[in-house]
Design a protein around this ligand. Sequence first.
Ligand code: F6P
Length: 398
Amino acid sequence: MANCKRIGILTAGGDCPGLNAVIRGVVKSAGTHGYEVIGFLKGYEGLVDPVTFIPLTHKNTTGILSQGGTILGSTNKGRFAATVGVNDRLELDPELVAGVKTTVEQLNLEGLICVGGDGSLAVAQQFHEQGIPVVGVPKTIDNDLSSTAFTFGFFSAVFCATDALDRLHTTAASHERVMVLEVMGRHAGWIALYAGTAGGGDVILIPEIPWTFEGVCQAIIQREQRGKKFTLVVVAEGAELPDGGFVTQDKQECQKQVRLGGIGAFVAQEIERRLGKETRTVVLGHLQRGGAPTTFDRVLGTQFGAHAVRLIVERKFGHMVTYQPPDMNAVPIIDAITLASVCPNCSAVQAARALGICFGDDYRELPFKCAPAKGESAVHRGANGSATKKRGRQRQST
Ligand code: F6P
């Protein structure tokens, strides 16, 4: 037992389609390299007080490739928090880190694979700084990690949101309504941009492109003038309001991560108020994180798992696997945990604009009169939401 070659793996932060594909990829590839694998339970929590893990074998990972969630469980807001807000470092409790070191030594681990988003990988980075042999795997539906073209889970979320748009399209057209779909993504607009493009969205509102209600309403009216009596609006949960605030679920407090959500209802209500046009909202929420991974995410997760083991074999600790098409590479974790936003001039945005998709930013004086705006300040709170003034972007561990 003491002399066997062994690696550990954990899945941290929010669940995400493709986590099990990574676990299976690690176990299979570790076997090829002569390692046995143990999986810590509930993310970082399983590393210490109490240490909880299971052996991972071919037998107990068979058939998990297509399953959503994670067989190891995960924790989003536990004892291990290394960030607050975007890129703001929070020091881990030194006693916890010392406990993790002891666990890694006592279990004779040659490496620990940490699968997570920006917040979870920030924890891995602090482990690395304390000499714990970690490698990272980029996970998040938000696709907001730098240095990798895509994170696994992203296309599964986009698939879900696209399917929702296909369905909303029929109701919108039948009833000549405006339908607003709110999607996740935190402070990046990737899901909204890709789903809006794939699902035939007419207006896409994302955090990276400032927009106005005049711009949105003008796009709806112009469609009507062309005989299109309905409009599909896709709004990212983190899209900033025209006056610079976010719509959130909780009251924002210092040192606390905000839960975004509610902007869809806010946008819908304002469209209806300004245009007098029947407008409905759908908030897709955690449906985007659930269910089976798409083909692409199974492939990406599997390859990430295999390459994470390779990094341990090569003793490239403190690195994260990245997909830089067509290659799988590695970058220092510290370089990967900064926010990867949609570039407002990127080719995906240009293509969308070329198709006539409106980002709510190209308002020109209308030849007709809208109802006057309620004033510049956004005061509506959404169903459960509260409008929050921007105080530095908040990002939560994933
Ligand atoms: O980061 C993934 C994500 O799903 C975000 O898109 C969303 O804002 C957040 O997690 C929701 O987190 P929770 O499940 O903790 O509410």
